[in-house]
Design a protein around this ligand. Structure first.
Ligand code: SF4
Length: 358
């Protein structure tokens, strides 16, 4: 698994706390690209060792802001032959030429930052696109021969009435993307929303609204045949994200570019510093306790859950049996334990209970 972080955006969305720089200067793209290619050379053995699953993911930031010649140079410096090759894109960057060029490079999945199909909400979020551009972008991507499209949506904030949320979900389903990721809005440190919240100009939505919107999301997507395979992720069966699934299974991955994280599949996590040039790697070694917590946190967010023996070894057995009795945990047909779908909304609380009392 290879992840490449592209730390550029043309503007900043109100809720965003990801590492990214406002940039459209060619020399910044060029030096970023040279830095990534140097890192690929220096870490070639690690990259070859992290070959299962064979996935490549360009995330950001906004990878679709990076001019194609630089994207191509990075792709050509990497091994190739991917089972899943994803590029995150903003709808307003999608053109027929751009989409065909991605298809020609082997991209077989696009993750599109749609967020909403309501123009008022999109303006409030400071997104660059409107709803019509998102619809058109999906058509263009399909016309270029890329069939596997994931869209991101956001719910759970005061401006988003139930009516607007229902309408957004109906419009999303009419487009039939293969995959939908839906996140509850959170106030990220350093985001514009964080400043508004601190000044009292923004208050988070109440739990009742968030729960009701999450329930609507789960119900409508399930009725439309999507599999709710992770707390925030839904897919037409067979289109579950391979790359993200491997993160949750703690497979080794190599993260390239400023701010990217890597994991050796055992106890070492490392991350590149957040600088456009001259970034370097820092690392930490997980303790056995950190490892246990991480295994439970990642596995229980997924519908496949984890083997009962693993959960009992890594969490508090008494909490496991209490949650089973309550129906918050349940046994899948294959005997693995998972969080029941009607308790996914409070998965963080359940996981906390399992590991904090360990
Ligand atoms: S959400 Fe995406 S496009 Fe918006 S500022 Fe963050 S990284 Fe950039």
């Amino acid at each position: 698994m290879i992840y490449v972080h592209v730390p550029f955006c043309k503007s900043f969305c109100i809720y965003c706390g990801f590492y990214s720089e406002l940039c459209n200067k060619d020399n910044a793209f060029a030096s970023y690209c040279e830095g990534v290619c140097r890192e690929i050379e220096a870490r070639r053995e690690e990259i070859l060792a992290a070959a299962s699953p064979r996935t490549l993911y360009f995330g950001g930031g906004t990878p679709s802001v990076l001019p194609l010649k630089y994207l191509r140079r990075i792709v050509e410096a990497l091994p190739g032959g991917y089972e899943e090759f994803t590029v995150e894109a903003n709808p307003d960057d999608i053109t027929p030429e751009y989409s065909s060029a991605l298809a020609g490079m082997g991209v077989n999945r696009i993750s599109l930052g749609v967020q909403s199909f309501d123009d008022g909400i999109l303006r409030w979020m400071n997104r660059r696109h409107d709803a019509a551009q998102a619809v058109r972008a999906i058509e263009i991507i399909r016309e270029a021969g890329i069939e596997n499209i994931s869209i991101d949506l956001i719910f759970g904030f005061p401006l988003l009435t139930d009516e607007i949320w229902n309408d957004t979900l109906r419009k999303a389903l009419a487009l039939r993307p293969q995959h939908i990721s839906a996140y509850q809005l959170s106030v990220e440190e350093g985001s514009a929303l964080d400043e508004l919240a601190r000044s009292g100009a923004f208050a988070q939505a109440g739990e009742e609204q968030c729960l009701s919107q999450y329930d609507t999301l789960c119900r409508l997507l399930s009725e439309a045949g999507y599999r709710h395979y992770e707390v925030s992720n839904f897919a037409i069966p067979g289109y579950e994200a391979v790359h993200n699934g491997a993160y949750w299974a703690r497979a080794p991955y190599v993260g390239l570019g400023p701010g990217a994280h890597s994991f050796d599949g055992r106890l070492t996590r490392s991350w590149n510093t957040q600088a456009l040039t001259g970034w370097h790697r820092e690392q930490e070694t997980l303790t056995m306790h950190d490892e246990a917590v991480e295994k439970v946190m990642l596995a229980l967010r997924a519908a496949d859950g984890m083997p009962e023996s693993d959960l009992l070894a890594n969490a508090n057995p008494e909490a496991v049996s209490a949650l089973l009795q309550k129906g918050a945990l349940k046994k899948n047909r294959d005997g693995r334990l998972r969080i029941a779908e009607n308790h996914f909304f409070v998965s963080d609380d359940i996981i906390y209970l399992l590991i904090s009392t360990r």
